[in-house]
Design a protein around this ligand. Structure first.
Ligand code: ADP
Ligand code: ADP
Length: 637
């Protein structure tokens, strides 16, 4: 009671506002301020004022940390072995049979090890699994909405009471598991109960078809966490995040889960959320496994950093990365996200429409109702200790230059918004996202990784007989492209054979090796946004198609220089046809070796009726048409 009264007293002092310190110590109170102090959700901003308030009472503020909500289940699981046991266990593990973990299981293991899934301390055994699948609860009764299992194929090494070394794809031993349970699981049942569907458009349901038919479970000793070389300062375990949040000094922590770049509306929403509960923000993007087609996490994290550093009050935000392998289980996943965030110290979670949605099913309809996730978390909110802050739709009022809740906008007011599809169009067209929609720093990072088409790479692959006119035309085209501001590398067969492919002859194997080498270099150039012009006889269709796949078919333009053999022979610019006819050069393409004409080349041209300049301009026009060269500049001449 006395503690509560003290709390009220200090709260009252705080509200009184800076300048007046209305403190009169109630009779009989001694040093109670210190205790109360620890309980208060104090922001750094209040610190000087609080100090001033309590000084007249003769109290001293020694410690200003604020206890966060306890982890789910009371304490954080930590499966990592003490450092002094590392060498011994590593040596022991090296002699054990191995189990290769999938990327998903590596993510799961990392979060199990650090207590993000507390109170769960292992891949689920049969009893936990069954109850989680059917009732969203572990065998002991606490909530856990998503099965977290280690599926394996039957193998001699998987035996009860034996140990196995859990390795990642690089062969590193991450943990030792003592196998205590091996049980079968039923795909249809898990799919229906957990995901509510057997539709293969659901990414997890599709993935589950490739999982082993047995689940294994048992005591885990984790030797090392998976190593991450990127953004190390942001990769916080639950305990590290808690320490940092306690330092911030807010008892209320609002977690924001995301797998997308944040725009102004998100920023406004998170700021309003922390204001509404007088708390701090845990900006907690998922960087484990998200969905194919999501913006890669390197790009996303750069945008989050830029935002956190420039647009949030540093005393009210913690940016940390979550190596979670998402399940896209909609409502159940949202409950899981809440539970995980509680372990990181958050007692609020922002949940929007379609939280953790897997997209559309094979009938083109959403798998879950738009508000199902919000509702399910709300149902369990009290038990989880995590309150839901609904993600309200915010719209921009251009006239007033601010964001407001969509529901509060008068019907006649002009609003602005941009859809996800339109965002992609902006980026592909190389247009900057408007400042009212995305902070310029974020727009710039997104633009860098989504260059407009006229700055994307492409491979122009000339094929045709020797002397057909590949090099001559390619040289003219190179100059034209340079003139139009593109970066170009010319890989000419004759030249490449003097260095990269030096020593190779003209057998089929050697020719293929030559072409694949050129293809490899071209693919690298294209990946980095350059134009690779390749001019090689490349007589075999299959090899040209291999190169097309190496480069990426949408980045590959096959150009057939269709000059008949007689014409090439008549030109005989290098004097080789004559030698080949005399038999002095063996395996000469067109004479004593095959040339397979392309079936559907993107471009074919004629060197009899058209000059090299005409043909080069013809190709340039094609590239302009495809957006690969800027139209305005290309037509300046
Ligand atoms: P490749 O690279 O296909 O082996 P080159 O470009 O080295 O062929 O040689 C083509 C030869 O044909 C050159 O000597 C060039 O001057 C001549 N030639 C004549 N007309 C044309 C044309 N319209 N396009 C390209 N080359 C032509
Ligand atoms: P490929 O694509 O078959 O590896 P390249 O374009 O790399 O061919 O090299 C072909 C060039 O090498 C020809 O333009 C010609 O100058 C020269 N050459 C020498 N011997 C032969 C041969 N047997 N067949 C074709 N070209 C040859």
């Amino acid at each position: 009671m006395r503690l509560l009264a003290a709390l009220e007293f200090l709260r009252h002092s705080l509200r009184a506002g800076a300048g007046e310190v209305p403190v009169s110590k109630p009779a009989g109170w001694k040093n109670i301020g210190l205790v109360a102090f620890d309980l208060l959700p104090l922001a750094r901003d209040y610190r000087p004022f609080v100090l001033a308030s309590i000084q007249p009472l003769g109290l001293e503020a020694v410690k200003m940390t604020v206890p966060l909500i306890a982890p789910y289940g009371g304490s954080l699981v930590d499966l990592r072995i003490p450092i002094e046991r590392f060498e011994d266990l590593k040596a022991h593990a090296g002699n054990l049979p191995s189990l290769l973990l999938s990327e998903r299981s590596v993510c799961d293991l990392e979060l199990l090890a650090t207590g993000a899934f507390s109170p769960l301390d292992r891949f689920m055994g049969k009893e936990d699994y069954r109850r989680v699948r059917d009732e969203m609860r572990l065998a002991r009764g606490c909530l856990f909405p998503v099965p977290l299992t280690l599926p394996v194929d039957p193998a001699p090494a998987i035996k009860l009471d034996r140990q196995v070394a859990l390795r990642n794809a690089k062969g590193e031993i991450l943990a030792v598991m003592t196998v205590q349970e091996i049980y079968e699981w039923d795909l249809a049942e898990e799919a229906l109960r957990v995901f509510g569907t057997q539709d293969l458009r659901h990414p997890l349901v599709a993935e589950m078809h490739g999982w082993g038919r047995l689940n294994v479970s048992g005591y885990l000793q984790v030797l090392q966490l998976p190593r991450h070389h990127d953004f190390q300062e942001l990769r916080l375990t639950p305990i590290q995040a808690r320490v940092r949040l306690e330092e911030l000094g807010w008892q209320n922590v609002v977690a924001f889960q995301t797998r997308n770049p944040l725009h102004r509306a998100h920023e406004e929403l998170t700021k309003q959320a922390i204001e509404s509960v007088a708390g701090a923000l845990l900006l907690h993007p998922v960087v484990g496994m998200t969905k194919l087609g999501d913006v890669d996490h390197y790009t996303r994290v750069r945008t989050y950093k830029a935002l956190a550093e420039r647009y949030y009050n540093s005393g009210r935000i913690l940016l940390a990365l979550l190596p979670l392998a998402m399940r896209f289980a909609g409502p159940r996943e949202a409950v899981w996200h809440a539970l995980i965030r509680r372990n990181y110290g958050a007692n609020h979670l922002i949940v929007g429409r379609d939280h953790a949605s897997p997209g559309l099913n094979s009938n083109g309809r959403p798998f879950y109702g738009p508000l199902d996730a919000q509702r399910l978390v709300e149902t369990h909110s009290e038990e989880l200790g995590v309150a839901v802050l609904p993600f309200r739709e915010l719209v921009y009022l251009p006239g007033e230059e601010r964001y407001v809740e969509a529901s509060s906008v008068p019907p006649q007011a002009q609003t602005a918004s941009i859809s996800g599809t339109r965002v992609r169009e902006y980026l592909n067209e190389g247009k900057s996202l408007p400042v009212w929609f995305t902070r310029p720093e974020v727009a710039e990072i997104l633009a860098e990784t989504h260059p407009p088409r006229h700055r994307q790479g492409v491979c122009l692959w000339f094929t045709g007989l020797s002397g057909a006119g590949k090099s001559t035309t390619a040289e003219v085209l190179t100059i034209l492209l340079l003139e139009h501001g593109r970066q170009v590398t010319l890989l000419d067969g004759d030249v490449v054979r003097t260095h990269l492919s030096k020593g190779l002859g003209f057998s089929r194997d050697d020719r293929d090796t030559n072409i694949r080498r050129i293809g490899f270099v071209a693919a690298e150039i294209v990946r980095h946004g350059g134009i690779a012009i390749c001019a090689a006889v490349s007589p075999y269709r299959a090899t040209r198609n291999d190169v097309r796949n190496m480069v990426g078919t949408d980045r590959f333009v096959e150009i057939f220089v269709d000059t008949p053999l007689e014409v090439c022979e008549e030109r005989d610019a290098k004097g080789m046809y004559a030698k080949a006819r005399r038999g002095e050069i063996k395996e000469f393409t067109g004479v004593s070796d095959p040339y397979e004409t392309p079936l559907n080349p993107e471009i074919t041209f004629d060197t009899i009726r058209h000059t090299p300049q005409e043909n080069a301009h013809f190709i340039l026009d094609y590239l302009v048409e495809k957006g690969l060269v800027k139209r305005s500049e290309a037509h300046l001449d």
